[in-house]
Write a protein that binds this ligand. Sequence first.
Ligand SMILES: [Zn+2]
Length: 56
Amino acid sequence: MTTTPSGCRWCGVDQREHMQRWTPPSKGGPGWHKWTQPTPQQTKTRMIARRTRRNP
Ligand SMILES: [Zn+2]
């Protein structure tokens, strides 16, 4: 699964295809949830990770 910078805070799924998802508390999730805006720190980290994958 590719994590987009705007993916869900809990599971990384894009808002358009998210709907209801389960992310267990053991993985830091809230259980059943709807798409949640990622924190600025997550967005930054994901953008850096994507750039790193593209230019290893
Ligand atoms: Zn989610």
